[in-house]
Every structure is written in structure tokens, then in C-alpha cells.
Write a protein that binds this ligand. Sequence first.
Ligand code: NDP
Ligand code: GDR
Length: 347
Amino acid sequence: MQTTKTALITGITGQDGAYLAQLLLDKGYRVTGTFRRSSSVNFWRIAELGIEQHPNLSLVEYDLTDLSSSVRLIESTRPDEVYNLAAQSFVGVSFDQPVTTASITGLGAVHLLEAIRIVHPTARFYQASTSEMFGKVQAVPQAESTPFYPRSPYGVAKLYAHWMTVNYRESYGIFGSSGILFNHESPLRGREFVTRKITDAVAKIVLNKLDVLELGNLDARRDWGYAREYVEGMWRILQAAEPDTFVLATNRTETVRDFVTMAFRGANLDVEWKGAGEQETGHCARTGKLLVRVSPKFYRPAEVDLLIGDPSKAQRELGWKAETSLERLCQMMVDADLRRNESGFSF
Ligand code: NDP
Ligand code: GDR
């Protein structure tokens, strides 16, 4: 059934913002999406989804680090639902830019919560929390009740925003909910993240545009799902009767190495692994050609070794479940990157 609701999405130029905007527009929402002023605005994701010119979509400039802009944004849009997806979201960069990350990813959420409290307290607020808040393994699998132990400035900033969301819920009765989402990927994933870096490199290697893929820690384990399904979970979180916290995950974990093997297989190449640690290399099983090597420059000062989520609360209370297998997701990404690189038009 079509709705007459309105939604505000911060970070519409990102992976999740684009998919969520499409989902809400399909449901009949009027959507305002925010983007940052920059010398070259990147609308390629909403363009690729075909919603850039949608009559129910408005795009407004906004920077999350500015409190007064946040107040004016909420005042002028008065949305039924606010999805706070904007963030400095790259864990690696957060070690180099801890203060910027704290300001955008941590305080930014509080600017929106304050704006809602001051001018529009009936809005429902979704905070994009993350499995990075679990960080150093305290329990397997990780659920809503698992203790947090973030391992990066990004994880710490997100934990602050997470607890502030809970605090505004408990202190002021704001409908503030948090989705603790495990890694989710897609053909629209940014190329700085490992899955897309891998699928883009596989495409380039196959097309002779790149020699070797260089990666950091191949042993890290992640619970990778399909982003399109996760934005549906975000929406369901805000449709619940009460504000709450939910884990969204697949409950399957694989190493970065496994994902590399899977991605090359998706382009009909089998990888053979040799050596260990910084000396580890991946070779074409047929020709012996070097395809992958490890470079310490991609290691992080502190690593999150093992993430695997327990999404049973979301399944029980929201009817949400991840459906797409990692093999299918990886193939989708490889195919998209082969297509883009063949056409010479790859973001
Ligand atoms: P992206 O990095 O793709 O998108 C982040 C968005 O935030 C971009 O639109 C970016 O704009 C915007 N942004 C960054 N800084 C600011 C700022 N100062 N003011 C306003 N907007 C800003 O992230 P994803 O789509 O992958 O993730 C969405 C959210 O979910 C993020 O908060 C992320 O931390 C969180 N998350 C993501 C997970 C994942 O696996 N994808 C898992 C768990 C949580 P610009 O295009 O200009 O850079
Ligand atoms: P993550 O995603 O840090 O989990 O955060 P990322 O894809 O960056 O890293 C996943 C794992 O791969 C290892 N790795 C590499 N990572 C990158 N980016 N580049 C490399 O070359 C490389 N080699 C190995 C990393 O060390 C790590 O262990 C993502 C982001 O979307 C966050 O915003 C989100 O909150 C979490 O997922 C859940």
C-alpha cells in the first residue's frame, strides 16, 4: 500500500542512502536526501538506480557537523522519519582522522537528535549503528546484549552516537532506534571498502588493466550481507511499535581471503594461496601468475578479527531475514565491475 509519509535521509550519496531512498520512493514516501557541498558532487549511485530525477525526491545541501543547519533542516522538512546514514564511515581513515571522525560520526548524530528534540519531537529517528562497536571479540555470535569493545576511532564515535540515541529515547521520549548492522555490500559499495576493492580489481585484472591486487589482513572475518536487504531492515526498525535496538546480520562469517577466492572464481579464475602473513600470495591455479599480494600499508593499528551477528531478534520481532548468499552477492558485484570496467566507466 502506498503511504503519504515523509522521510529525511542524511547521506543519500552513499551506498545505503541510495538504496533506502529507492525503497521509500517505491513505497510512496516523499523523500528529502542530503548531500555535502563539494567541488564534485557524487550522484552516481542515485543515477544508477534511476531515481535522481524522481518527482518525490528533493536533494538538499547539508553538513552534519553544523548544529544550526541541523535545526533548520528538521524545521524546514518536519519529516515523519529521519534516517541518519551520513558518517565518515571508513574505519581505516578514522585512525588518521580521529577528530573529524568523532565530529561527523559521533557528534553529528547528536546535532540531529537535538534538532528533533527542539523543533520536531514526534519524528522517528534511525541511527546507523555498526558491528564495529563490538570490536574485540567478547562473544560469538554477537547479539544486542553482547558487550561493546570498539577497536577504532570510528567504532568509538559510533558507540557514542548509539548511546546518545538510547539516551534521547529514555530521557525525552524521542522515538530513537538503532540498527546494529553488520557489513553489507553491493555493486554500489565504495571502492575503499574491501569487497568492492576486490571485485573491482578482479575485473581490472581480467581485462588486463591491473597486474596485482594488494590487500592488508586476509585473516579478518566478516559477516557480509546484501545492502538492499539491510535498508529494508532499517525501514522495518522505524515501523515497530516501540523504539529499540536491533542487530541485522546473516549469521555467516568468512575471511577476506575467502572473499578474494570467491570473487576470482566469479570471473572464472581459480586462486592458489602460498606462504603466510605478510609473505602470503595468491596465484592463478592454471598459469601460476601472481594475482594477490599482502601489503602492510593496508593493515590497521588495531583490527577487528571476527564478526558474526545473531539477527534472531530482528527475525522474531520485525520478520526481517537476510536472504542473498555471499556467493550470489559476490557474483553480482563482479559482474557489475566487469561491465563498468569494460565500458571504461567505473566509480
Ligand atoms: P557511505 O560511506 O557509502 O556513505 C556515507 C554518507 O555520509 C555519504 O553520503 C557521505 O557524503 C555522507 N557524509 C559524510 N560526511 C558527511 C558530513 N559531514 N555531512 C553530511 N554528510 C556526510 O556509507 P554506507 O552507505 O555504507 O553506510 C551508511 C551508514 O551506515 C554510515 O553511517 C555507516 O557508518 C553505517 N554502517 C554501514 C555499514 C556497511 O556495511 N555499509 C554497516 C554498519 C553501519 P559524501 O558522498 O559527500 O562523502
Ligand atoms: P570494515 O570494512 O572495516 O569492516 O567497515 P572494510 O571493508 O574496510 O574492511 C573489512 C576487513 O578487511 C580487511 N582488509 C582490508 N580492508 C580494506 N578496506 N582495504 C584493504 O586493502 C584490506 N585488506 C584487508 C580490513 O582490515 C577489515 O578487517 C565496514 C564499513 O562499512 C563501516 O562503516 C561499517 O560500520 C562496518 O563495515 C560494519
